[in-house]
Design a protein around this ligand. Sequence first.
Ligand SMILES: CC(C)(COP(=O)(O)OP(=O)(O)OC[C@H]1O[C@@H](n2cnc3c(N)ncnc32)[C@H](O)[C@@H]1OP(=O)(O)O)[C@@H](O)C(=O)NCCC(=O)NCCS
Length: 190
Amino acid sequence: MVRVTASPVLAPIGAVAGVRAPGLVLQAPTEADADAVAAACQDPQIQEWTTVPAPYDRADAETFLLAVERGWADGTMLTWAIKDGNAIVGMIGLALEPVRSAELGYWLVPAARGRGWMGAALRVVVDHAFDHDGVGLDRLLWHAYVGNWPSRRVAERAGFRVEGTIRAHGIQRGRRRDSWIGTLLRTDQR
Ligand SMILES: CC(C)(COP(=O)(O)OP(=O)(O)OC[C@H]1O[C@@H](n2cnc3c(N)ncnc32)[C@H](O)[C@@H]1OP(=O)(O)O)[C@@H](O)C(=O)NCCC(=O)NCCS
């Protein structure tokens, strides 16, 4: 496993990818964010396209935030809240896998969608993931349940190549779902 010394606080992302959002930052969430995370995860789209529990309550948010803290401590999972000022509007993370590789995950609250914010966040996280002074990875993996076009378009715009469909790849709350799979290599043009 790669030892990670990556910072839980990344630079403001408002100027990235042409989005006008001066208050947009990436910052590791803490236990103080449980209410905001629980509120965000009530969204039917987040429940439809991710593995969050459904129904989702405050205890689920507390469990998630504990996992985030452990992930930063042992370098196995790097998770940033996407914040607009003090408000959490999304989440983006890298789940590290052997060797110098990680799987990407992300969501935005409904009010933050359609503004290019995830594209901007992703660009910052991808640069950080591949940067030798950041995480120093060789490869990123993205997957989404088949039909999740917004996720796919965001990944493709960041340079991911969607390489195919893997049947019954995902297990969402005990149910198997087909997944689109894509990768981005450090050596790829972005
Ligand atoms: C995935 C997510 C972060 C994308 O962020 P977003 O702000 O909604 O994305 P955008 O509005 O910029 O849309 C991205 C692209 O998808 C396109 N799109 C949106 N809905 C679409 C649809 N139903 N069919 C086809 N394309 C669609 C948009 O036109 C845009 O295309 P473009 O980049 O070529 O202009 C957000 O939708 C989300 O949080 N969804 C719920 C959770 C989720 O799915 N997480 C990812 C799990 S893999």
